[in-house]
Design a protein around this ligand. Structure first.
Ligand SMILES: Nc1ncnc2c1ncn2[C@@H]1O[C@H](COP(=O)(O)OP(=O)(O)OP(=O)(O)O)[C@@H](O)[C@H]1O
Length: 256
């Protein structure tokens, strides 16, 4: 399928350092409407930092982040507005333990977007039905499994009607039997055309969901490839070694 040329989220000249370490130096990046971009790379290469910069959770030292072509600088668009369009789901679900599932979902749309409670409830119930968790709407987070909590975290983000979703290792802290249900939901979102940036160590899932792969090393893009190409014949030895570590058989190897 031909993906749109419209850039939803973009980083231009992104420079990010923590006190003693530079993670990105003039890093450029963009994701197009309807595209599913998977970011891969060894531990410490900067994947989480990139997502956090893209969502304004980390201050950057130079460069610009743009949403729909507008620089998020408080003038063209504010971070407060931009964040409503950029959904993010983390490894930890970060649900409020003292609120029911429904109240957790309603919070953002009502507080940040000033929407009517009854209107948001309709949308929340629709989404809860879609993920098969409507029967949990009055339960508290502690009464849900890890996989259920993570699906609720995704629903909570979707209820803000984001233009793009960022996923940072969302299955990393789940028991193996819970992983599938979360990945299936993400696959469904991808099929529906949601623009997504995904950091994951689930290689078979990455292969199934990705349109494009960015392979990072030391804060730099080593490969920027069409997913099919990356998974069948990565161009660099570094990427080949990376894929092999996951016990992931590169197809060209199978043939050979
Ligand atoms: N809050 C922080 N303070 C200082 N250094 C940090 C901080 N967060 C990350 N770093 C450093 O920045 C670099 C990139 O980290 P980051 O978490 O983005 O990598 P990653 O690719 O997501 O790793 P992983 O796959 O292990 O989650 C690492 O060297 C890390 O030690």
């Amino acid at each position: 399928m031909k993906k749109s040329e419209v850039k939803v989220l973009e980083a231009v000249g992104l420079t990010k350092y923590y006190t003693e370490e530079k993670v990105f130096d003039s890093f450029n990046f963009s994701v197009h409407q309807g595209e599913v971009l998977v970011i891969l790379g060894a531990s410490g290469c900067g994947k989480s930092t990139l997502l956090r910069c893209l969502n304004g959770l980390e201050p950057i030292q130079a460069g610009e982040i743009k949403l729909d072509g507008k620089v998020i600088d408080g003038k063209q668009i504010t971070w407060q507005k931009a964040r409503q369009k950029i959904g993010m789901v983390f490894q930890s679900y970060e649900l409020f333990s003292h609120l029911t599932i429904l109240e957790n979902i309603l919070l953002g749309p009502m507080k940040a977007q000033g929407r009517e409670r009854s209107e948001v409830i309709k949308q929340a119930e629709y989404l809860l039905n879609r993920v098969g968790l409507i029967h949990k709407k009055d339960a508290y987070p502690r009464q849900l499994s890890g996989g259920q909590k993570q699906r609720i975290a995704i629903v909570r983000s979707l209820c803000m009607n984001p233009e793009i979703m960022l996923f940072d290792e969302v299955t990393a802290s789940l028991d193996p039997e819970m992983v599938r249900e979360v990945l299936d939901l993400m696959l469904e979102l991808a099929r529906q055309g949601m623009t997504m940036v995904i950091v994951t160590h689930e290689m078979e899932f990455a292969k199934a969901v990705a349109d494009r792969v960015l392979f990072l090393d030391g804060g730099k893009i080593i490969e920027d490839a069409v997913a099919k190409q990356f998974f069948t014949s990565p161009k660099t030895q570094r990427a080949q070694r990376f894929l092999n570590r996951f016990d992931f058989k590169i197809e060209s190897e199978r043939v050979g």
